[in-house]
Design a protein around this ligand. Sequence first.
Ligand SMILES: C[S@@+](CC[C@H](N)C(=O)[O-])C[C@H]1O[C@@H](n2cnc3c(N)ncnc32)[C@H](O)[C@@H]1O
Length: 256
Amino acid sequence: MDFAEFKQAVHRRFGLYLDGYKEPQLKRRIDSLMAVLQVPDYAAYLNLLAGDSQQWQRFIDKITINVSEFFRNPEIFARLEKEILPPLLAAFQNLKVWSAGCADGPEPYSVAILLAELAPGGRHQILATDIDPGALAAARRAVYSERSVQAVTPERVARYFQREGEGLRLREQVRNMVNFRQLDLLKDPYGSDYHLLICRNVVIYFTAATQNELYRRFYQALAPGGVLFIGATESLFQYRELGFEKIAPWFYRRPI
Ligand SMILES: C[S@@+](CC[C@H](N)C(=O)[O-])C[C@H]1O[C@@H](n2cnc3c(N)ncnc32)[C@H](O)[C@@H]1O
């Protein structure tokens, strides 16, 4: 069994569409895990995955990179706070937000903090999704290292976190604002009518064709007037063809 056949078999058996991921880095990660596990070939690895749910979780951990932090790229979050959210709140009052590929939760929780400050008492809906159940479990626990909160101001740390062992636990007030759910961006249906759709540092793992398809679907998932927020190292070159207007670096709006 070669790598292409392995990918097809994983898709058939587990519904995970590996063809959407950039092949060289995907193969490197899987090969290195197989070397650690001393599995001789792809057929043997497939058998191992089929019979052992812990090995399946380890496989998912390897192909998904869960690195995240609160207010990642603080200068861009400052723009979100000062330039993007106020007009959205003025237009829609209660915001429907989706953080797609939320890892262990800092991204949707950062938006929850901003909304708690900008529009306290609002009935905002914040959905946060990821393919990785382990990351979602960590997101629900909401206990973070100092490193994850390095871009959070001391005032916000004092206000929204409490010490728990070695870490910092986000207070219930913010935790309760976010709903976490498992969702595979390559195969599951998306919701609709989002006012803010955040997908940062996720599509970089996908092929150009898959990225394009995802951005097309994100456009459809946005409400007219809704905004797509992408990662600091990403750019949406074909935004005009997709129907977006660029309102600031890293922010694209579906016109009304
Ligand atoms: C580097 S993290 C980005 C976290 C956060 N958005 C940020 O920018 O800090 C990438 C996340 O994408 C998720 N991911 C990878 N493939 C995915 C897929 N097909 N569907 C949904 N999430 C996926 C991974 O599990 C991981 O948590």
